[in-house]
Design a protein around this ligand. Sequence first.
Ligand code: IMP
Length: 436
Amino acid sequence: MRDDKRMSKKGKVTVLVGAQWGDEGKGKLIDILTENVDYVARFQGGNNAGHTVVIEQDKYVLHLIPSGILHAGKICVIGNGVVIDPKALIEEIEFLKEKGIDVEHRLKISEKAHVIFPYHRKLDELREVKQKGRIGTTKKGIGPCYADKVSRVGIRVADLFDKEYFKTRLEANIAEKNVILKNLYASEGFSVEEIFNEYLKYAEYFRKYVCDTITLLNNAIREGKSVLCEGAQGTYLDVDYGTYPFVTSSNATAGGACIGAGVGPSRIDEVLGVVKAYTTRVGEGPFPTMFNDELMEKIREKGAEFGSTTGRARRCGWFDAVLVRNAVIINGIDKVIITKLDVLDELATIKVCVSYRYKGEIYTTIPGIPGFLEQCEPMYEELSGWQRDTSKIQQYNDLPVNARKYVSRLRELIDTEIMIVSVGKSRKQTLICNIK
Ligand code: IMP
């Protein structure tokens, strides 16, 4: 049965996800992989993400539009699982148009994607400032928008085109949000008319991009076109599998592609996971392998570890093989891509976390015990560094022997094929290795 189904399907579907806390360098990989696909689809998150792509002298930071847009002829989809801040999306479209990129014929926006409103941003910000136990969000309104979606009061892209329906839903939402804003946060409320008129203008702007992306993608797959589903954030920011509650509000894991792009599980051929050669995290939440201050500063500077969306300094630490091995399992990752190996070039020794000790016991999985990751002690293995510049190397086998030993050890620990090692931002600094 399954074989029959597979035979009738012609186009290859690949899902690419981050296997740490986001910022793994997915933007560069998506850009490279896009050369061989017809469609690229975002399936979750919103403009909390920031995918950076460097092409020759130009740097592009994309928050909502798949980085595939930088490749002529590729169709880019913002799937139903994404939350869209119209203002941010318009800015991105206009920026790309100014750069001479054809967005109009190639960007498709799901009619079922939920829309972010100013009250979402406001609530996100106030919760961060006024509530105890802040998450360290990007304050882009992501959490409150997804909360409305799940509470069944959200407003979707298609709703904006039905004035009456849109107004009724907006009125109900604003009535509720204003009570919370005024009474709980002593903040000003919002006016229905103002937002209604503003968003009707956005709807007109988006009209030509909006369609049934689910049918579009599934027809494309049937016709033999290949699709790359690009995840934003990373496995440990996933609302189910991440370090809850310090997570984002969507499913950043591979299963999220089925929900957020409308591509069924049996259609997915391959899952790729991206990891940094070390670990970073932005925002609050536990981070067992975090560096001491001195090393943190050194690696942060060398790796330019500052958020591409908020500019916040990222915390940095050793590679955590427990996290990545579990990410491989959760996502069903077939192949791993290691980025930023060059950032470790100067270190004399490099540590890798292989297990955690918690209350006298050794763990190689991450239990749901509250405070586990905050309190556990990472158990390290130490490897010798290579202390040579790797950023100009063009072939995997030309890497210093200790760098190759490091990659091989990571391969053993996470028990998955390593497909690519990246040693810099540009497309040229990409070493294909396929270590099985
Ligand atoms: P939110 O997604 O803005 O609600 O933020 C929730 C958590 O996810 C915070 O810790 C953010 O710093 C983190 N986060 C959200 N988007 C990204 C991203 O693209 N890269 C890294 N961290 C992110």
